[in-house]
Design a protein around this ligand. Structure first.
Ligand code: ZN
Length: 479
């Protein structure tokens, strides 16, 4: 090695050591203690899910600086592996995030061998005197929100988790409802009624929502319109009469935001579901809605910059999204999709069931063009003969063979042939240059974006198990 490269190496090492000592010097005594802590989790939201949304929102800029959290001063990466796999599930990752302990996939706040129960940062902060808010766009007893109050050997024990909700005593649960509120077979005592008997107020109307204000407590506030698994409708489907994740976030700030301080977790849960289906356009709209929720916290931060900490991160990446296929990337083509894969599949199923009016291939392709732009050459979405052949095969799977995946299949279930809906989604993604490696989670490290009091603690090496002690150090109150 030459002397010059030795010198360069030394200088790099020196500036790196300087950086280390600067960041570690910033910690003791000097860190501003946050009183208001927001933890935003985009389920399945890797780096490319956010960058694609930036490009989609601002196609004239290759930087695409449109999402509010992309402007945050501290940006970093973290690993997400679970105790038993490179690839984590939501419950193992949220256990690591909320308790500092790695566990096996499927466990919720339990050790890998299930002998030990862990407590979450929200339970600790509540005991410390903070108000707690837990918000999600999917079921409030689904893995990520449950990871702050539920302790079960399996994340699928939804009913048992629902019974744990009122035991938490947390001030505000908002967003999705209770999955399996009467148990898996529907024969158990209603978990909503149990929560009410234990002192929780259950609100599920817009009027009731609007009346909520600071000082209301022990609230379970659910969106008036919920889908089969107690989750929000897809943002892309613009269903009237439902409340947004941003509204649930700003309501949380209003309810919790007194001088006492609060910890609020907000999950964008359907980013993950869209990625499981490789439904790029639906994913973009879920990220946009998630960003609007972050913006509510950011506006609050601007009023209390010395007392507020905002972290935006993910539990894992889903889908293995790559941007660009053979040098082709046209995120703007995603604007021509105006329906979720799931809703379009429902539509196809209604046509299939309508024996009085059998739909021809030409008829359904008109609808494909209306909802996905596919077949419209002016939009840059002409279809080749090979692509038309794929649609003909998909039409047969839906209308003749009846082998296509059904709209009510669980979002994790990818058995069954591709029908018209999945074919249209896959083709639009391909033309836009959105390439998906998987229908499931990946081991790709995920980003974190941080602003506010104590944000300097989130630089350097990060793993999902490192939040808990950082939060504790930042939030510990002098007794
Ligand atoms: Zn998932």
């Amino acid at each position: 090695m030459s002397k010059i490269s030795n010198l360069v190496l030394f200088m790099m090492l020196f500036s790196f050591m300087n950086f280390i000592s600067l960041t570690s010097e910033a910690k003791p005594g000097k860190t501003q203690q946050p009183k208001y802590i927001f933890l935003f989790i985009g389920d399945g939201m890797g780096q490319n899910q956010s960058y694609a949304t930036n490009l989609f929102l601002n196609p004239t800029s290759k930087e695409g600086q449109s999402l509010v959290y992309n402007q945050f001063p501290v940006q970093n990466f973290m690993t997400t592996y679970s105790a038993n796999d490179y690839i984590t599930c939501s419950s193992a990752s949220i256990t690591a995030i909320s308790t500092g302990h790695k566990t096996n996939n499927g466990r919720l706040l339990k050790s890998p061998n299930t002998d030990s129960t862990y407590f979450s940062i929200a339970e600790w902060a509540h005991a410390e005197g903070f108000n707690i808010g837990i918000v999600s766009s999917v079921g409030i007893n689904h893995a990520t929100p449950a990871g702050f109050y539920g302790h079960q050997n399996s994340r699928n024990m939804y009913y048992e988790i629902a019974l744990e909700l009122p035991q938490s005593g947390f001030e505000y649960f908002g967003g999705g409802g209770l999955i399996d509120s009467k148990g898996k077979k529907g024969d158990q005592a209603d978990a909503y009624a149990i929560a009410q008997n234990k002192g929780y107020q259950w609100i599920n109307s817009i009027e009731g929502f609007n009346q909520l204000k600071y000082g209301n407590s022990n609230l379970l506030v659910t969106n008036p319109i919920l889908e089969a698994e107690a989750e929000f409708p897809w943002v892309i489907d613009s269903i009237a009469g439902n409340l947004s994740l941003a509204q649930f976030t700003s309501k949380g700030i209003e309810i919790l935001g007194d001088g006492k301080g609060f910890f609020m977790m907000v999950e964008g849960g359907k980013i993950d579901w869209a990625c499981h289906s490789n439904d790029g356009a639906s994913m973009l709209y879920e990220v946009i809605a998630f960003n609007k929720a972050v913006n509510e916290a950011y506006q609050f931060y601007l009023q209390h910059p010395d007392e507020t900490l905002i972290i935006v991160t993910a539990d894992h990446e889903t889908g293995g999204l790559a941007l660009g296929i053979e040098k082709n990337l046209k995120p703007e083509l995603m604007q021509y999709q105006n329906i979720s894969l799931q809703k379009f599949q429902k539509k196809v199923e209604m046509w299939v069931a309508d024996s009085l009016h059998p739909r021809s291939f030409e008829e359904v392709m008109q609808s494909v063009q209306f909802h996905f732009g596919l077949g419209n050459a002016q939009k840059g979405l002409a279809l080749s003969n090979e692509e038309m052949a794929l649609f003909k095969a998909a039409y047969r799977n839906d209308f003749v063979n009846h082998t296509s995946r059904k709209s009510d299949a669980d979002y994790l279930d990818h058995e069954g042939a591709n029908g018209l809906a999945q074919t249209a989604v896959d083709m639009l993604n391909h033309k836009a240059g959105f390439s998906w490696a998987s229908h499931d989670h990946t081991a790709t490290p995920v980003p974190l974006y941080v602003i506010g009091a104590g944000s300097e603690n989130f630089t350097g090496k990060m793993d999902n198990s490192m939040y808990f002690s950082k939060f504790q150090n930042l939030m510990k109150r002098k007794k």
